[in-house]
Design a protein around this ligand. Structure first.
Ligand code: KG4
Ligand code: ZN
Length: 377
């Protein structure tokens, strides 16, 4: 990451009693701005947390449309910044730094947040903090409850499925990630196949409650292989095959297929998390298993992970959904923690559609392939 060590405030800020940072998020379909304060002793205060979700704009298309997302972010990002300052009762001059997600994500959206933050930074002279969206997720559980490093994170959203050892700020070790679809994507596609609407996760979970999870035999890819990577593409295709084999599917057929799919998705997530816990214990000892990302809203997944943690002597933390899904507070928090350590970014930083959190692991073992733009996860 390109740092600006010469920024006049870079060294001075780590001696302040607290730092206050504005964080912007626009890498997918949520436009968010938030202000977070971190005291010298590590106490975190969320001063404001504003989010606008574009779900309604994408719903007719059954998924996020990048061009629509970018335009929608551009339309309202300035208003979100104003709202975040107003709700916090603060002015731009009260900030110590401006943070924004600069990747990975849909590039049009990422550019909106990044350029807004750079412009605010240039105009005000405040340090700019370039934040990896995945670092935001990795730190986000700390917004909900005091949580010491290190901990094991299962990040399960519409864009990512990863197991990460969060050792310290900036020290992340990827134990596994998806080699194809993300878990949330599999929920969304399953919902699309059965015409349950978008976003699919909540719809699948709802209908699955009345279904028989043992009726359809669905695959658990990579379960028997060494390592903690995930694969959901084969599961989605199997759902599709079963769906097409049903002549005139009834509501009960839908419920049974949704329940069988959710059961398989749960097994995959729990199975690979179990392997990751073994490795984590050998490297760091048993601490906390933390789950974040939109799929963490799923009650079946939550309760099975909780049981897994309990059985292995881990604490379990599933933050409220507000902090699990995309938000500005996690970006502001990452910015504040970096600022306290003098890790100010250069304004030359470029937006990155792909940006693995653990670049070394991704380079040496690209779970989801590499190519010109670099490893995907
Ligand atoms: O973290 P998130 O809001 O956005 C990103 O992808 O970054 O996650 C959204 C994903 C969607 O795929 C949605 O279907 C899934 O989280 N999701 C769920 C549930 N609620 C949301 N998946 C399973 N069960 C749920 N209850
Ligand atoms: Zn996210």
């Amino acid at each position: 990451m390109e740092l600006d060590q010469k920024h006049p405030l870079a060294q001075e800020l780590n001696h302040r009693p607290k730092v206050t940072v504005l964080g912007l998020e626009s890498s997918c379909d949520e436009t968010a701005a938030a202000i977070v304060e971190v005291s010298a002793s590590g106490e975190i205060t969320i001063r404001s947390d504003c989010i606008f979700s574009q779900t309604e704009q994408h719903a007719p298309f059954g998924g996020v449309v990048p061009e629509i997302a970018a335009r929608a972010h551009a339309d309202i990002m300035d208003g979100m910044v104003k709202q975040a300052l107003t709700e916090a009762g603060l002015e731009l001059a009260d900030m110590d730094g401006i943070a924004a997600t600069t990747g990975p994500g849909l590039i049009g959206g990422v550019l909106v947040g990044m350029m807004t933050a750079k412009a605010l930074s240039l105009g005000s002279g405040l340090p700019f903090l370039s934040i990896n969206h995945l670092e935001g997720h990795a730190l986000s559980p700390q917004l909900a409850a005091p949580l010491a490093f290190p901990y094991l994170l299962l990040l399960v959203s519409g864009g990512h499925t990863q197991l990460l050892a969060i050792e310290d700020l900036g020290r992340y070790h990827r134990y596994g990630s998806t080699i194809d679809d993300a878990a949330g994507e599999a929920f969304d596609k399953t919902a699309k196949i059965m015409e349950l609407g978008f976003p699919g996760g909540p719809a699948v979970e709802k209908i699955a409650r009345t279904g028989d999870k043992t009726r359809f035999d669905l695959p658990r890819p990579l379960a028997k292989r060494v390592g903690c990577d995930f694969s959901f593409a084969g599961l989605k295709s199997a759902v599709q095959r079963h769906w097409h084999s049903l002549k005139a599917p009834t509501e009960q057929d839908k419920a049974d297929l949704a329940a069988s799919f959710q059961h398989a998705a749960c097994d995959i997530l729990v199975g690979q998390s179990k392997k990751a816990m073994r490795r984590f214990i050998s490297e760091f000892g048993a601490t906390h298993l933390v789950v974040a990302g939109g799929v963490a809203a799923n009650q079946a997944i939550r309760s099975q992970l909780q049981e897994l943690a309990r059985n292995n002597g881990f604490g379990f933390l599933a933050p409220p959904l507000r902090y699990c899904t995309d938000n500005g507070a996690m970006i502001a928090l990452a910015g504040a923690l970096r600022l306290q350590r003098g890790m100010v970014s250069s304004l030359r930083v470029a937006a990155r559609p792909r940006w693995p959190l653990d670049e070394l692991s991704a380079k040496n073992n690209p779970a989801s392939g590499s190519g010109k733009k670099g490893p995907k996860s």
